[in-house]
Design a protein around this ligand. Sequence first.
Ligand SMILES: *Cc1c(COP(=O)(O)O)cnc(C)c1O
Length: 412
Amino acid sequence: MTAETLPQHGQSWEALEARMREMAKGDVKWRDGRTGLYIFNAGEDVERVQKTAYAMFSAENGLGPAAFPSIAQMEREVVSLGLALLKAPEGGAGAMTSGGTDSIVMAVKAARDHARAKRGLDKGLNIVVPFTAHPAFDKAGMVMDIEVRRIPVKDLLADVAAMEAAIDDRTLLIVGSAPCFPFGLIDPIEELSALAQRRKVWLHVDACVGGYIAPFVRMNGVDLAPFDFSVPGVWSISGDLHKYGYASKGASTVFFRSRELLDFMTFDAGPWPLGRMVTPTLAGTRPGGAIAAAWAVTRFLGVEGYRQKQREVTEARAKIEAGVTKLGFRVLGEPQLGIVSFTHDSVDPLALYAKMHHRGWFTAALLEPKALHLMLSPKHNEVAHEYLADLEASLNEAAGVDAEKMTPRYAG
Ligand SMILES: *Cc1c(COP(=O)(O)O)cnc(C)c1O
């Protein structure tokens, strides 16, 4: 590797833009809809709104609400629409963060400080999460020296009885996902709520990938089990705007049932030479652009826009489910939102994954159990048939390869 240094003389924007376009040639072709990971493609009009709003406020800093009342107002309005979507009671409160991991770490921090203040707990704390919960909880545990107890799932969902058995008097929080990333399935939040209330622990619902799609899917007539603040034991929820909110990257939300619970998240320390420093979340400087883009996109789409986009997502999922089932795959569980995983009983899903990757599809695969994984966008509704055609071709190829591999054994 050759060391890159800062050029002695500044370069023209034209030259830099050309180089960046050159570098991007190696990137996955996400605008064609061939990416089932990392990207949420709601179309060119949404992308234009994101970019323009981001650029307008790319220098502004959310750290300074007094200097930038514009950013403060946009954040307040975004948070309040999230609270309404997730059925927060009167007095519910929230904040914007840089992403799902950030929101989760902050919710765990609030739960820890709550346990310290209200339950007199200090050291040796633990949280109890299903095996399918996002690794962000482990990151929180790592940072705050909290043990994370990952409990095997039952029929792919949080095993409430097993989680109860793992709770002890130093458990500060339990988790359910709505939905979990691996299978796109919503954990039994009402049962987890009953457990949390019985054992007097905090229940966090990780709706990072569901918070901004599930409410609209429900409005579209799908019968979703309650997962939001309408469930009484739910004390906090994480929801990512930069996923199915179709906002620019760097925008998530974390919500609390009450202002009092949110106050356990707030950082308030000092003194240092400037006196006290108070921030709502871990971040100091916060990107005005990400806040502005989230504000603009949510208003650009509105309820009807989101209902339409999310309908395209669930239609794409239904097409994929029907197509892969016809090809002999087994869909894992009964997904209702934008993620679907499926496995095959006679062909190795990971061999298929490689073949699909070769055909230009950048997606995820699961290892436990082995399966193909798709996180769908509205754009996929246009290309679902291409995916299925390539999957059929890959399946035929993989079956052929497997048969060839087996030939020597029979021949020997
Ligand atoms: C994406 C995701 C996260 C983490 O969000 P980031 O924005 O990638 O940090 C957490 N939980 C679930 C269920 C997710 O899908």
